[in-house]
Design a protein around this ligand. Structure first.
Ligand code: FE2
Length: 743
């Protein structure tokens, strides 16, 4: 006989009851008294459920039995002895007047209990039997249904009863499987949430993004953790700085609140500190989990705290702070099948503790990585700044130009709403935009008057020279567009490539405006710097022809900030080194870093940067040095020949210079004295400091000396060739005019 739907519903409820009574596996909690509390909880649950079954389900059980067997059943419950739960089937009158029935039923049920609950018939007399259908749990008999049946139909009804029990067992198995499936689904869901959490972390912790805003990482990560561990709130508590008592700052400089909250911020900050104080000794190695703290004596000290997980945030022995989850959000309730949720669903356990612990470790590692990344980045910027300062030191009037251009470019980038990392790149681009001027001779760079075409051609090479230097540095590739194209013009008349409009890379257009503004507003030896208003006016006039019109408008919009930056700019004076000290008035931070020593990777990084810079710039440095020495030597010869000529004119007698090619020197004659050594004749040795040059050849009409007569006219044309390494310089003397030309 097929069981009816009503039977199934009844059995499901019974089985649910049975399942709830089954003790779920105890969770491996770190809290010391968690197991005792769980046992206490089971007792309460069992009592509650037993009452619920008696009151709510008896009618359904009775109806399903009646629907299956076509007759009424009486329900008995084994609670302090068998007793009738509901006497509506057999009326009190019937029970009272059927002396065979009532006294024998408890005895029969006791037999059933003793014989391990099998559906059975208990003969009452020749005509009647008692059909007994036990309803059991895993712990034994729980209820029993009985019916007084005629002996003639008793055997058939017994078969039906066995079928009923068999179906009952199968249904219970199915429901158990269904429950296990649901438990697995919950477990998979939790695991998926954990995976999602860590995947989101991975996205958040991408170094390029996080560097921009570490605080955003914290504020994004904590809600994910809070949701995953199903806590009312999660808080990140940073360690205070012990040295100065100031609140902690993130590696990129902006302050981070000591308490970063997510979820309902209903617990006071000082309670967090007390939680840490109470439990930190236990949380040194692994997280501490405490549930139902409000039922203990500690709750008075920690108002609002019911459950908590405390985990340490540390990296490499460096304590950064604590991560705390407060109060599990899920409370007691029923699952989809009407059963009570397992204990693990409404208390913190090892799973949640692991999530919090992993999160704390990842945040600590990330923070440390960001710190190290920023230190390396700052090291690179400082190296670049040193390099630029060395170049600018050649001309005091352009000193600081690159840094100001960097500051203006970053401001303009911010006004153009570029993101923070792009603005920082613009700053670095501004710093190095003129690094190619290392390849321009000092004479041209320092020339006060108008440049000749040749000199201008030399100057125009500096963007490309800068590119050739910097392209060696992989880490600085992003500065190349700004370096190469900062002298392009929107009308296509700039250099080096004559690009026009938006074909000019964005960074080139930005640097061009900042560069022009600083050049116009800075003092030069031959002119006073313009006012800001004048410079802005010129920029506006050139907008569209020379400079990007939109960028000029934006630059004008933020001109107050630009002017303020210009005003605040104060070139750092070189540090003063004290005797016996290698640092000059170091800050506390510098002292600490020095005391700790730099890490191997920092030193290797510095050495690599120096090596790369040396490899990239050394040949050009040698070229520049050779050019400088040859030029100095040639100018010295020119001056000395003019000195001899002036002496000749002044004394109206012959004066001249005699060259010794083998000795790399020349002497003025006849009685011209050396102003530095008046007792000695005026001689110059070109192989010595500061020239380090060699005389290659001297030819004055086949002679090695030139003589100026009393009118200052030389006795012949002449040529003098000097050399430094592989480079040479030729000084020509025109015998007719006395003009001296350096080639
Ligand atoms: Fe330039």
């Amino acid at each position: 006989m097929a069981p009816q739907p009503g039977v199934c519903l009844c059995q499901i409820h019974v089985v649910l009851f049975v399942a709830i009574l089954a003790v779920f596996p105890q969770r491996d909690l770190s809290s010391k008294d968690s197991t005792a509390r769980q046992a206490s909880k089971m007792t309460v649950t069992e009592e509650t459920t037993r009452q619920d079954v008696s009151l709510e389900l008896v009618d359904e059980i009775k109806q399903s039995l009646s629907g299956t067997f076509g007759m009424g059943f009486d329900l008995w419950e084994l609670s302090g002895g068998w007793h009738v739960v509901n006497d509506s089937v057999i009326s009190p009158h019937q029970a009272k007047h059927d002396p065979l029935f009532e006294p024998d039923v408890p005895r029969c049920l006791q037999d059933v209990t003793r014989e391990n609950s099998v559906c059975r018939l208990a003969p009452l007399d020749a005509a009647r039997s008692l059909l007994i259908i036990p309803i059991t749990s895993d712990h034994g008999p729980l209820m029993a249904a009985t019916a007084n049946v005629s002996a003639s139909s008793a055997e058939d009804l017994l078969k039906l009863g066995h079928l009923f029990q068999s179906y009952h067992d199968q249904s219970r198995l199915l429901v158990d499987l269904d429950r296990q499936k649901n438990a697995l689904i919950v477990q998979i869901g939790d695991s998926f949430e954990e995976l999602s959490l860590f995947r989101n972390f991975a996205e958040q912790l991408e170094i390029s993004e996080a560097v921009a805003d570490l605080s955003t990482t914290f504020h994004t990560a904590l809600p994910l953790v809070c949701r995953t561990v199903k806590a009312e709130s999660v808080v990140l508590v940073f360690e205070p700085r012990l040295q100065d008592g100031k609140p902690p700052a993130s590696p990129n400089g902006f302050p981070v609140d000591r308490f970063v909250w997510s979820g309902n911020h209903t617990i006071e900050n000082n309670v967090c500190l007390q939680v840490i104080e109470h439990f930190k000794s236990d949380a040194t190695i692994q997280p501490v989990v405490v549930n139902r703290l409000n039922e203990t004596s500690k709750s008075a000290d920690l108002p609002g705290v019911r459950d908590l997980i405390l985990t340490r945030m540390a990296k490499g022995g460096h304590q950064m702070g604590w991560l705390i989850a407060f109060n599990r959000t899920l409370r007691q309730g029923l699952d989809e099948l009407g059963g009570r949720l397992p204990l693990s669903q409404f208390e913190f356990g090892s799973s949640e503790a692991n999530v919090l612990s992993c999160t704390a470790r990842m945040l600590a590692a990330h923070w440390r990585n960001v710190q190290q990344f920023r230190e390396k980045e700052q090291l690179l910027v400082n190296m670049v700044r040193v390099m630029v300062s060395a170049i600018e030191a050649k001309d005091e009037y352009t000193s600081g130009h690159s840094e100001r251009v960097a500051l203006y470019s970053r401001l303009l980038g911010q006004a153009l709403e570029l993101d923070e990392s792009e603005c920082e790149r613009l700053y670095l681009t501004g710093l190095v935009h003129d690094v190619g001027k290392i390849g321009v001779s000092d004479a041209t760079l320092r020339k006060k008057g108008k440049l000749t075409d040749k000199e201008f051609k030399e100057i125009k090479r500096h963007p490309e020279v800068g590119w050739s230097i910097l392209q060696e540095l992989e880490q600085l590739r992003y500065v190349l567009p700004g370096v190469v194209y900062h002298h392009e013009s929107c009308d296509g008349k700039g250099y080096p490539d004559g690009l026009a409009g938006e074909d000019i890379p964005r960074d080139g257009r930005i640097i061009a405006i900042a560069d022009a503004y600083d050049a116009m507003t800075s003092d030069r030896p031959y002119r006073q710097g313009m006012s800001c208003t004048q410079a802005l006016s010129i920029l506006c006039d050139g907008a569209g022809s020379q400079w990007d019109p939109q960028m000029v408008r934006t630059f004008v919009d933020v001109s107050a900030d630009i002017a303020q930056t210009q005003q605040n700019y104060c070139r750092k004076s070189p540090p003063v080194r004290c005797t016996g000290n290698t640092t000059a008035e170091p800050s506390n931070e510098k002292t600490r870093r020095r005391q700790q020593g730099y890490t191997l990777i920092e030193m290797v990084t510095v050495l690599m940067i120096i090596a790369i810079l040396a490899v990239a710039t050394f040949p050009r440095f040698l070229d520049s040095l050779a050019h400088h020495r040859l030029q100095s030597a040639a100018q010295r010869i020119e001056l000395d020949l003019k000195l001899a000529r002036d002496h000749a004119i002044a004394s109206s007698s012959n004066c001249g210079a005699k060259f010794d090619v083998a000795g790399d020197l020349y002497v003025l004659f006849p009685d011209i004295k050396n102003p530095d050594h008046p007792t000695e004749p005026y001689s110059t040795r070109l192989s010595r400091e500061p020239y380090h040059c060699r005389l290659v050849s001297v030819d004055f009409g086949g002679d090695n000396e030139v003589v100026f007569n009393g009118h200052g006219v030389p006795d012949s044309n002449g040529s003098i060739r000097v050399e430094h390494r592989t480079k040479q310089r030729l000084i020509l003397l025109n015998g007719s005019t006395g003009e001296i030309v350096i080639q």
